[in-house]
Design a protein around this ligand. Structure first.
Ligand SMILES: *[C@@H]1O[C@H](CO)[C@@H](O)[C@H](O)[C@H]1NC(C)=O
Ligand SMILES: *[C@@H]1O[C@H](CO)[C@@H](O)[C@H](O)[C@H]1NC(C)=O
Ligand SMILES: *[C@@H]1O[C@H](CO)[C@@H](O)[C@H](O)[C@H]1NC(C)=O
Length: 487
């Protein structure tokens, strides 16, 4: 290297260093001024606007922008908000703190229902979701809705009711989670109105029904046997004979091996199609909606009468036995109508968007009995604001003692539906005014069919707890009479 070059390269170096310094300094000021005004509003937002996670729902637009808290303060928060029943005395103190952020704590005096939940090993619940419990851990930390274990997507989700109810119970003692306070988890069974059995029966059926390797029975079967063994040993079960226990078995094939043995308990079911009347009935059990698979339509993008060119929409599997044969009969009656979409084949994955568009541009959506009286199609129709036409004589509907389905649905007996001309004449005869009344009502009720965490006032989780509260009351609640359309 020539000697002369030395000073000039040194000069270059110092100029570079100098300009780097200014660059860093100026970007620091720029960064600071952009970030600073964001912090107070987004931190506030985190408290005023809890993030609701809805698989299959319209997630993106509802998620508020949140600047993550530094890891240290998250740890701190978790320490404080560990799941525990808050004693009366400290509740008042916590309410004061919560008032600052606009939240009100849930407590035993306020809650509609007090529920005790067995601390069963995680293999019965979140373990089935591949969540790994740490030493001495039974439940996942639910204080951050973004980081609760996820339920598998696809068609499994239809029956995820077990998951939403368990999350709601877990979070009922977590101060950071704002809940409508319909239910609170209590520390001892003696304080409780009901005892919740946290077994993810539908997931167990959907995921673990295969007999693997050298095993004689499937994990699904083994867990059911172990569940019976567990329950029969519990003093609470022995005392009540299981009558105050709540067991969620939403998939029609879940809990298949032991449902009779546990039949004294209160079930949360999709329908009674595969149950004997003694094992399951409306006197003790609660019908829960399926989790819909199409995206919910917003009020603003919900098309009115004129903007729904299709008269009726049906997409589903074909069944030839049980009540399902009616689908085939209706197919031959309706397949040549220009303004009717009637197609077989289950609407999965790529089909979901199509189904969503189809329902959103149809005035009526047909719900025809399949191999079971109920299906998720009804709930897809409701969240698409497509007036359901229910052709399923044995169907049970969620919270029908509180909700008048005739205000937003059309009921038709199967025997009339298959009379040539009857169904088409009926639907064409429902004019703009009558249809619009039902559509307006759909907009009001559709949130009763949303599952989400944290749960929101009036959503499906809330409605299910409220249904249990009504079961408890001494006044017998009948379902509201359905108005069937006649020729
Ligand atoms: C819906 O429309 C109303 C009035 O037209 C508007 O104020 C509101 O912001 C819209 N909501 C959404 C979610 O787009
Ligand atoms: C249910 O709604 C229908 C349609 O609006 C109405 O005719 C009927 O009277 C209602 N039933 C009850 C019990 O309110
Ligand atoms: C949609 O509109 C109905 C009334 O038409 C109203 O009750 C409901 O709260 C609205 N939903 C939303 C999300 O704004």
């Amino acid at each position: 290297m020539p000697e002369k070059a030395l000073p000039s390269s040194r000069l270059l170096l110092s100029i570079t260093a100098f300009s780097m310094f200014f660059l860093i300094l100026s970007s620091f000021f720029l960064f600071h001024s952009v970030i600073n005004p964001l912090i107070p509003s987004s931190v506030f937002k985190q408290f005023s606007d809890p993030i609701a996670y809805k698989p299959g729902g319209n997630n993106e637009p509802t998620e508020p922008l949140v600047v993550p808290l530094p890891p240290s303060s998250i740890k701190e928060a978790q320490k404080v908000e560990e799941i525990q029943v808050v004693p009366r005395e400290t509740t008042r103190l916590n309410e004061k703190i919560d008032d600052l952020s606009g939240n009100e704590a849930c407590n035993q005096n306020k809650a509609l229902l007090k529920v005790y939940m067995y601390d069963m090993p995680s293999k019965f619940h979140f373990g089935l979701l591949d969540w790994k419990a740490g030493p001495n851990e039974i439940w996942p930390d639910v204080s951050d809705p973004k980081h609760v274990p996820r339920y598998p997507g696809g068609l499994n989700l239809q029956h995820s009711i077990e998951y939403w109810l368990t999350l709601d119970l877990l979070s009922s003692n977590v101060k950071k989670i704002v809940s409508p306070c319909n239910v609170i988890r209590v520390e001892t069974p003696t304080q409780a109105d009901f005892i919740f059995v946290p077994f993810f029966a539908s997931l167990s059926y959907n995921r673990y029904s295969k007999v693997l390797g050298k095993e004689k029975v499937s994990l699904n079967r083994k867990l059911q046997d172990q569940l019976v063994e567990f329950l029969m040993r519990q003093p609470e079960w022995i005392k009540s004979g299981g009558k105050d226990h709540i067991i969620v078995a939403h998939h029609p094939n879940s809990l298949l091996y032991v449902r009779k043995k546990l039949g004294s308990a209160r079930f949360v079911l999709a329908d009674f199609g595969r149950y004997g009347a003694k094992t399951a009935n409306l006197d003790k059990d609660v019908i829960a909606p399926y989790q819909h698979v199409v995206r919910s339509i917003s009020n603003n993008s919900s098309a009115p009468f004129e903007q729904r060119p299709m008269l009726a929409y049906f997409q589903g599997a074909i069944y030839r036995k049980d009540g399902g044969a009616i689908r085939q009969e209706l197919y031959y009656l309706l397949k040549d109508e220009k303004d009717v979409h009637f197609a077989f084949g289950s609407a999965q994955r790529s089909g979901v968007r199509q189904a969503s568009q189809g329902m959103g541009s149809s005035k009526f959506c047909l719900n025809i009995a399949g191999d079971t009286p109920s299906s998720n199609r009804l709930f897809d129709a409701i969240v698409s604001h497509c007036v359901p036409v229910i052709i399923s004589d044995d169907i049970e509907l969620p919270y029908e003692d509180a909700l008048n389905y005739s205000e937003f649905s059309v009921f038709v007996w199967a025997s009339y539906a298959v009379k040539p001309g009857f169904l088409l004449n009926l639907l064409r005869g429902i004019d703009r005014d009558e249809w619009t009344k039902m559509w307006e009502r759909l907009k009001e009720v559709s949130h009763h069919f949303e599952y989400q965490y944290p749960s929101q006032p009036g959503d499906a989780v809330n409605m299910i707890w409220q249904a249990f509260a009504r079961k408890q009351s001494s006044v017998k609640m009948n379902r509201i009479e359905r108005i069937y359309r006649m020729p």
